[in-house]
Design a protein around this ligand. Structure first.
Ligand code: AOF
Ligand code: ZN
Length: 380
């Protein structure tokens, strides 16, 4: 017979399948067990759709009486939202026990779901894999606490630690399998960020080139002086996928013509504060993206901008795609370095993808592998 930890791990694994489709909601999984048998399971599949508990209870039919429900997040109890509260459903189904991994940080729930269950005479055990369950939903916890998106840095580097060719020339580093994993990741993010330097050297598209990406991406460029070329691929495709150019306050005041040209080409332009060191305020950028309801930002910049996120403790996670290729040129730009702990690694047909988590991030709870990396390894 399986034990509490095994059922909870299963609930967490189910929850991960919602990644990309449920945000800004959390990923939640639920497994219902009676007499040592799983009689129903489910997960929150889509924003606005039924919750994990509702799906799991539906799979049980009318057999949930006396059962134990394992949920990766405290069942919700608030009214007047997209779906009916899960605590009331579990009570109505007469489950005997609920094992919940962690609290729902949503102030409208925050312990009240568990309280309601207990008041109805249901035994509630909380905290099994608590830190893992919080890490699973680190972006949700961050969104509630800070109204900022979870920041993921990603780059590809050669065996000699370079991110481009001699003199900074564009270079194909990753193999096709890595590129596929990268496009899948893009498809689960709300925004992809680069600096102008990357646009000028690589002229990237920054879109998710897979069949049915669960989310639509905004492409964001840090462009202090409004030098984004109208002929860049980003600008030329702004009708298909939105582009946001962030310039400094000064350029915003003084370059009305450049702003008009970009706006006519379909680009949205906003101003950010200029930092004393020369760059734009990344904190202000994150606040702005958070205001727009974005929960996941992917930074695909060069080493300098990546270094700013790392140096300001604004990065939550880093993915490095390592290729066995070498550049062997002194003047090829080097990758940024990270000293974060490793939380997973997968082989991608000769390339290697390694995940690191920032242990000093306010959205760090445990060294568990992200749902994104689990997907990259096993598929959904
Ligand atoms: C659960 N199980 O599967 C999820 C929960 O608008 P709604 O009805 O989808 O409610 C969204 C809120 O419910 C969300 O902010 C979070 O507090 C909770 N999510 N709760 O019991 C689930 N996805
Ligand atoms: Zn619910």
């Amino acid at each position: 017979m399986a034990s509490d930890p095994e059922y909870m791990q299963r609930a967490i694994g189910l929850a991960m399948r919602g990644r990309g489709s449920v945000e800004p909601n959390p990923m939640v999984g639920c497994v219902i067990v009676r007499d040592g048998k799983v009689i129903g399971e489910g997960y929150h599949q889509k924003f606005g759709g039924p919750h994990a508990e509702a799906n799991a209870l539906a799979a049980c039919g009318d057999k949930a009486e006396g059962a134990t429900a394992y949920t990766s997040l405290e069942p919700c109890c608030h009214q007047n939202k997209k779906t009916p509260p899960c605590a009331a459903r579990l009570i109505a189904a007469k489950v005997a026990r609920v094992v919940a991994a962690c609290h729902d940080p949503n102030p409208l729930v925050s312990g009240n779901g568990i309280k309601q269950l207990r008041e109805a005479g249901i035994q509630v055990d909380e905290g099994l894999f608590q830190l893992e369950a919080k890490q699973l939903n680190a972006a949700f916890f961050k969104e509630i606490a800070q109204r900022r998106p979870y920041v993921m840095l990603k780059w590809a580097q050669t065996a000699d630690g370079k991110i481009a060719g001699a003199g900074g020339k564009k270079l194909a580093i990753s193999n096709a399998t890595s590129i596929k994993a990268m496009h899948e990741l893009r498809g689960r993010c709300d925004a992809i960020l680069v600096g102008l330097a990357t646009v000028l050297t690589d002229d990237p598209l920054l879109t998710a080139r897979e069949k049915h990406p669960p989310r639509a991406q905004m492409r964001v460029v840090l462009d202090s002086n409004l030098d984004l070329p109208l002929k860049s691929q980003l600008v030329l495709t702004s009708a298909q996928s939105p582009v946001l150019a962030c310039c400094g306050n000064r350029a915003f005041r003084e370059k009305a013509d450049a702003i008009t040209r970009l706006q006519r080409a379909g680009v949205e332009v906003i101003a950010l504060q200029e930092e004393s060191g020369g760059g734009l305020s990344l904190e202000q950028l994150l606040d702005e993206l958070g205001r727009r309801g974005m929960t996941h930002l992917l930074v695909e910049s060069g080493a300098k901008l990546a270094g700013s996120f790392l140096g300001q403790n604004l990065a939550d996670r880093v993915w490095i795609f390592r290729s066995p290729k070498r550049v062997d040129a002194e003047n090829a730009p080097a990758a940024a370095t990270v000293d974060y702990p490793k939380t997973g690694q997968i082989a991608l047909d000769g390339d290697q993808l390694t995940e690191y988590l920032n242990p000093k991030s306010p959205a760090f709870f445990s060294l568990s592998t992200s749902a994104d990396l689990v997907w990259a390894k096993h598929g959904r």
